[in-house]
Design a protein around this ligand. Structure first.
Ligand SMILES: [Zn+2]
Ligand SMILES: [Zn+2]
Length: 557
């Protein structure tokens, strides 16, 4: 997908002022922006947005600004300037945040909102532009204090009447699990400053909804009731690395990859049908969607299972379950036996009624079930991302991986299979990726994936890795055993919430035990996250293995 849309917005407030230049429509073309009332009764004297640079050190006074249930009680500035009263004559001026060589910030104080998303339209300060080509814009809320940063890279004045969801810098996940935000801070880095033209806040909160009278009912009625989604990173029961993620998405049972050996079929099916768990997931014998990311054994072996000549012996996932839609890789280089057996299993499923599409067919929206966009429930979607290697051959099987983005409300969850550095770079270039709540660590945590090119865009808040940590199956040095030191160093600036399924031992070809074990991450109908683990909840950085085998990156110190 080249444009990522939030499919279910709470509602959108454009905190815009009474600007002479700002032409305001009462409804946006795509029906999701609710623009502030620009009449003189709605003063926002303390927030100045516009299109011209403002260079005076104006004072921010107390003021009131209330629209659509969003009340700003106060605005405070640190090395940020805007006219003290835009209503009376300075209404074309943007706020200037930061100063040459010094950071600045504007903080808006609310009585309590659940801010899930902030869109920032800004441009580089003119006199800095010739020297400094970008400024870092960081947005944080009281509910997500560490914030999220993106670069302002243009001195072109943005179109502040643009109400599309993807205009400007978009910051998501700012509610940190549904907490109320009493403040919102927009800040610049120390190296450059920028001019703030417009903020768009996406707010999701029942307490706010009740005060909204002017929001279209089709929007307000959709708040707060998403279909839940639960991600299960399943242990595979042996000393090998491999992927298997089971996802309960609304009423849909989804499996992405099926483990590293044919024997994993038994392990996975036992997990999915464990009647002792409250969520005895697959009780009807049906998987609505199955995704096979690429042709490597450690992703497809469990689809094949033990497929001996008797039908009773066929226990592979594609034999055992009724599969609704199977989406797999468009290209493969390998001629391995397991891949041939996978194709046989796939044919078996198709003959039983499974719809089979490659990710490229989905991307091309070929129809009859092949789609790049699937609705899974209220406010819950699955998008097949575009991967250059769906239609271009390469030397590395991993780069053929099917890449999938799940979205619940404003939260996103990314799966890239074993995509390598080159694939990640192209993924970023070809898709408008959002920041994500959850990222399945790329290629089991390999140093050849999890690049800055991808991580700087998706800025994951949680990383789950399917691997047998620390063994030598795919590594010639301990540093490169999964998860590799380089990957850890690159992930660390974004989150210390890194978890792994299984623990191995360097130098042992057989040792394995649960690390976190089966990792279960649930986002409920209010998009609140909860996690459970079959073994323990210890973060990677706090494990004995980490302390003995890895160097703590500075961000985790
Ligand atoms: Zn793999
Ligand atoms: Zn692979």
């Amino acid at each position: 997908m080249r444009k990522t849309k939030a499919h279910l917005w709470g509602f959108v407030v454009v905190a815009a002022c009474a600007l002479g230049l700002l032409t305001v429509a009462s409804t946006s073309p795509i029906g999701i922006d609710v623009l502030a009332n620009e009449s003189s009764s709605h003063y926002c004297a303390d927030i100045v947005f516009g299109t011209n640079e403002y260079s005076s050190s104006g004072t921010l006074g107390a003021g009131s600004f209330s629209t659509h249930g969003c009340t700003i009680d106060a605005v405070t500035a640190s090395s940020a300037y805007c006219p003290s009263n835009n209503i009376s004559g300075n209404n074309n001026y943007s706020a200037r945040i930061g100063k040459s060589g010094g950071a600045g910030s504007l903080t808006f104080t609310f009585s309590g909102l659940k801010i899930t998303k902030v869109k920032v339209l800004a441009f580089l300060f003119g006199t800095d532009y010739s020297v400094k080509k970008e400024a870092l814009c960081t947005v944080s809320t009281s509910a997500f204090t560490e914030g999220s940063s993106q670069s302002v890279t243009s001195n072109a004045v943005p179109d502040i009447s643009d109400s599309s969801t993807d205009a400007g810098l978009v910051f998501t996940g700012l509610d940190n699990g549904g907490q109320l935000s009493t403040s919102l801070t927009i800040s610049s880095s120390a190296t450059a400053r920028f001019n703030l033209c417009k903020l768009v806040l996406t707010i999701s909160s029942a307490s706010v909804t009740s005060s909204i009278s002017s929001v279209p009912s089709s929007i307000s009625s959709s708040q707060g009731a998403y279909a839940p989604i639960t991600f299960n990173f399943v242990e595979q029961g042996n000393q090998y690395s491999g992927d298997c993620t089971y996802i309960k998405a609304g009423d849909n049972d989804i499996l992405i990859d099926a483990g590293n050996r044919t024997s994993c079929a038994t392990t996975i099916e036992s997990y999915l049908e464990d009647s002792s768990r409250p969520n005895n997931y697959v009780s009807d014998g049906k998987l609505e969607y199955v995704i096979a990311t690429h042709a490597h054994q450690d992703h497809i072996a469990g689809f094949v299972g033990v497929s001996d000549s008797s039908s009773a012996g066929m226990n592979g996932v594609l034999y055992h379950y009724s599969v609704g839609t199977l989406i797999d890789f468009a290209l493969a280089n390998t001629t391995s036996t397991i891949y041939a057996n996978y194709q046989t299993a796939r044919t078996y499923a198709v003959n039983k009624g499974t719809k089979h599409f490659t990710a490229l067919q989905c991307w091309n929206n070929e129809g009859n079930g092949a789609s790049k966009h699937y609705e899974l429930g209220t406010g819950l979607t699955m998008d097949i991302l575009y991967n250059y290697y769906y239609e271009n051959t390469g030397s590395d099987e991993n780069n053929y991986s099917v890449c999938v983005l799940f979205t619940q409300g404003s939260k996103h969850f990314l799966f890239t299979g074993d995509l390598e550095a080159d694939g990640e770079t192209r993924l970023v270039a070809n898709n408008t990726l959002p920041t994500v709540e959850l990222f399945k660590g790329g290629h089991h945590g390999s140093y050849t994936a999890n690049t800055d090119a991808l991580l700087s865009v998706i800025q994951p808040k949680l990383v789950c890795i399917c691997a047998c940590v620390g063994n030598s199956e795919y590594a010639s040095t301990n540093d490169h055993s999964f998860p590799a030191q380089e990957s850890i160093n690159r992930l660390a600036p974004y989150t210390d919430r890194v978890y792994c399924t299984t623990l191995g031992t360097w130098g042992s070809s057989t040792a394995h035990e649960p690390m976190n074990g089966n990792i279960v991450v649930k986002y409920d109908s209010s998009s609140l996250e909860s996690m459970t683990f079959s073994n323990n909840s210890t973060k990677l950085k706090d494990t004995a293995w980490f302390k003995a085998n890895r160097t703590t990156p500075s961000a985790w110190a």
